[in-house]
Design a protein around this ligand. Structure first.
Ligand code: ADP
Length: 436
């Protein structure tokens, strides 16, 4: 850009000098050389050197030097060109001075040439003289903008860095980022809750694993104890048979425990298989029939009041497990009378198993649903309890979209109640998801 404007400026200067030379040469026409010299000596042009060159190249007049000391000018480009074409304009660059000289020459008459010369700074010189201040200015600008950018960035970023991400809503940094901080706070709260949940789940699982191995150790100890006795050969045939049947009993209780643990973990994983429409009353009658031998042995009286059409969505094994566990408990801890009922209350199917046993004290009504919690551990163990029956009942009820609780029974003992959402569709045995 500098070069372009320089070119325009130079072009103007050339035209200007050429016009001056023209006018001056015109003014000399018709004069003899003496008169020409005189006329020229009356002319002063600021910064412009005027030279009059004779036809033989000698200098007739020069404003800046002694004419006699000057060399013959016939071989000068501008002089030759002026004689040739009437006028000329030539720019001569000086190698050393960093200056250019612009010559405008006009032939006045008969080989006499009038030459005007103007010295001017050359473009490279001009540029190089500009370079240092320009570079300095650029450097200053860069430094200044760096400092400014730093200061501005810091002033913008500092309040952001001071935002306490643990308490984002306490920050007063910028009103503009409030929605972002609110979102961060919500995410943080969600993460904290999730983390708590995870930690709780891990600790429950750890405790559960510890309990399971503890529960397994006792039957195993008994089994290996009796086995060792039999192995040593000190037992008589009768004792051997007794020990063998004890070993079988302990193995059976281990099998039941493993069964319960596996069922619980299936429930925990939600891997229950497809859901079907099932009639809870049918399930109750089924389970009661299966447990008849136990009922009969105990001489217990079981009343089943289960009208048809108590349909719920779910997997049959899960529903059967709920009824079986409750009925077994009623037979185990009850006083010989049990009532199994299903009824519909609005959108809910209510299953209840009541007995006339000791019941469950109010303060323990939540605890009995915990894994491995037993009110009377020795009674539970004697009767083949694993301590997982009610935990399974509660988890299974949840998996069917319902809940389980315990209250006083009209029979005098405990009344376990499981409430499940009633199925609205009347279609049967179609695999589907439970209604939500
Ligand atoms: P368990 O295998 O010991 O029966 P559960 O989880 O089924 O384990 O029950 C937990 C505890 O609740 C039992 O050990 C027992 O003390 C008490 N319990 C369960 N059902 C009854 C009931 N019908 N009457 C009185 N106590 C009960």
């Amino acid at each position: 850009m500098v070069a372009a404007s320089w070119k325009v400026y130079e072009g103007n200067a050339e035209r200007h000098l050429a016009l001056q030379a023209d006018a001056l040469a015109d003014a000399l026409v018709g004069l003899d050389t003496h008169e020409m010299e005189e006329r020229l000596s009356s002319v002063t042009l600021a910064d412009t050197r005027i030279t009059l060159i004779a036809a033989d190249g000698e200098i007739l007049y020069d404003t800046h030097a002694d004419e006699s000391a000057m060399a013959n000018h016939n071989s000068r480009e501008e002089v030759m060109e002026a004689r040739d074409q009437g006028q000329s304009i030539v720019l001569r660059r000086s190698q050393t001075m960093g200056t250019d000289t612009l010559y405008a020459a006009d032939e006045v008459i008969d080989g006499i040439v009038l030459r005007l010369a103007e010295t001017r700074t050359s473009l490279p010189y001009y540029l190089s003289s500009l370079l240092a201040p320009l570079a300095l200015a650029a450097l200053l600008a860069v430094a200044l903008s760096a400092v400014l950018a730093r200061a501005i960035t810091r002033s913008v970023v500092t309040p952001l860095l001071q935002v306490n991400l643990d308490e984002p809503l306490e920050s007063t940094a910028y009103a503009e980022i409030e929605p972002l901080l609110t979102r961060i706070d919500a995410l943080r709260a969600g993460l904290v809750a999730q983390n708590d949940q995870l930690e709780r789940a891990v600790s429950i699982r750890r405790e559960f694993t510890g309990n399971v191995s503890h529960e397994m150790k006792s039957p195993l100890q008994v089994i290996s104890g009796y086995a060792e006795l039999i192995e040593s050969g000190v037992t008589g045939p009768e004792e051997t048979q007794r020990f063998a049947s004890l070993i079988r009993e302990e193995s059976e209780s281990m099998r039941v425990l493993i069964d319960d643990v596996l069922f619980l973990s299936t429930l925990d994983e939600g891997a229950l298989g497809d859901s079907y429409l099932i009639d809870l009353s049918e399930v109750c009658r089924d389970v009661c029939d299966k447990l008849k031998p136990v009922t009969n042995t105990q001489g217990a009286e079981v009343l089943v009041d289960c009208p048809e059409g108590m349909t719920v969505w779910g997997a049959t094994p899960v529903a059967m497990r709920i009824v079986r566990n409750l009925l077994e408990n009623a037979l185990r801890y009850g006083g010989g009378r049990v009532e199994v009922r299903t009824e519909r209350k609005g959108d809910t199917i209510v299953l209840s198993v009541s007995d006339n046993g000791a019941g469950i004290p109010t303060e323990l009504r939540e605890r009995v649903f915990e894994r491995f919690y037993r009110i009377d551990p020795s009674r539970s163990r004697e009767t083949g309890g694993t301590g997982l029956g009610l935990a399974i009942v509660r988890n299974a009820a949840h998996s069917l979209g319902g809940r389980a609780s315990v209250e006083d029974s009209e029979l005098g003992g405990a009344r376990f109640v499981v409430m499940l959402p009633a199925a609205r569709e009347a279609k049967w045995n179609q695999p589907n998801r439970p209604e939500t």
